[in-house]
Ligand binder design. Structure first.
Ligand code: AMP
Length: 325
């Protein structure tokens, strides 16, 4: 199934404790497309300026990404500059230059309008709504956003929430939108607007999924983040999480809570690779085998047995653990 995405294509300048980049490839739609195209075909809608390097366009076309929805406008490409300290969970925005995004309006090629899977990546919620008004009968609409739009475009964002099936946002944004410290209460407030599922990204602590309804077994699902020793740049982790999530769902068939749980794990796997290197570098080389390996590891991280006593002598238990090295 083809996935439609609208979002930013950017030139990012990033600082982390491990290095810095200047005007490197970035943007919510770019990270999403590069991740989702590992699973299925992506139709990309967005805008770049006349300064956008040809090599970046070549990279995107070399993937499973249809670029007919991309506009190239006279002027400069959207630029974002951000900084992370050792707590890599929160980006500090240093500068945002909308440039060609300031006058952009998405125009969907005719065949994109029949897309069944739609991802509204982080951009102005008014543009997200413009895309939705052009799509005919989507099967699944997933939306991401950020604190900036909660502050400045709350009404349009609320309307976009109402029209979406799944919302993917981070922990601070959930509290900010819900205007409460309780994550559960904030999640309920968002679900009451209409979405069936809310996924909260929690950086190095993983991701939590909340489904509408009050049955604890089907309403909550939590995955840890992959334990990483190499961690260079968290930029794009959220968008590639969404790419892995939606790519898996589009490929896997019927949408159910079970499929969404597996999709959350796929999202976590892809994001865990992206943060190992700056910009999209790790996504360029990521293979299906690597995705599969970490997916299997995730199963072990969260699996535990029903009640049972370990009746071996304590010394034997410690000896077994020590033997693992
Ligand atoms: P994330 O996955 O949340 O780390 O998203 C990172 C990407 O979001 C960067 O590559 C930025 O170019 C992009 N970005 C940052 N601010 C905005 C914004 N206001 N609108 C659209 N995209 C943005």
């Amino acid at each position: 199934m083809t996935i439609l995405v609208v979002g930013s294509l950017a030139l990012d300048s990033i600082q982390t404790p491990f290095g810095r980049t200047r005007d490197d490839l970035g943007g919510s739609a770019v990270y999403f497309s590069a991740a989702a195209s590992l699973f299925d075909r992506v139709n990309l809608v967005g805008v770049v300026g006349s300064d956008f390097p040809q090599e970046h366009l070549d990279f995107l076309t070399s993937r499973n990404i249809d670029m007919r929805g991309l506009q190239v406008a006279e002027g400069k490409t959207f630029r974002w500059s951000g900084r992370y300290d050792y707590d890599m969970n929160t980006a500090q925005t240093l500068d945002t230059q909308l440039n060609v995004f300031a006058t952009f309006h998405p125009v969907l090629p005719e065949d994109y309008k029949d897309s069944e899977y739609v991802f509204l990546a982080n951009i102005d919620p008014e543009l997200q709504l413009e895309v939705l008004s052009q799509v005919r009968q989507p099967k699944l609409v997933v939306l991401d956003t950020m604190n900036y739009w909660i502050d400045y475009k709350r009404d349009a964002l609320t309307e976009a929430f109402r029209k979406s099936d799944v919302i993917i946002i981070n922990e601070a944004e959930t509290r900010q939108f819900g205007k409460t410290f309780s994550l559960i209460r904030a999640a309920r407030k968002i679900l009451e607007l209409g979405p069936k599922v809310l996924i909260i990204k929690r950086g190095e602590y993983g991701a939590s999924m909340f489904a509408a309804g009050h049955d604890p077994i089907s309403s909550y699902f939590f995955v840890p983040a992959y334990p990483l020793e190499k961690y260079q740049d968290p930029t794009g982790a959220g968008d590639s999480f969404a790419g892995g999530f939606m790519g898996y769902l589009a490929k896997a068939g019927p949408i159910s809570i079970g499929a969404m749980k597996r999709a959350v794990v796929h999202g976590s796997v892809v994001a865990s690779y992206v943060v190992e290197e700056f910009s999209l570098n790790r996504l360029r080389t990521l293979t299906h085998n690597e995705i599969h390996e970490r997916y299997e590891d995730f199963k072990h991280f969260s699996h535990f047995e029903r009640f049972s006593d370990d009746r071996r002598p304590q010394s034997q238990v410690w000896a077994d653990l020590a033997a693992r090295g």
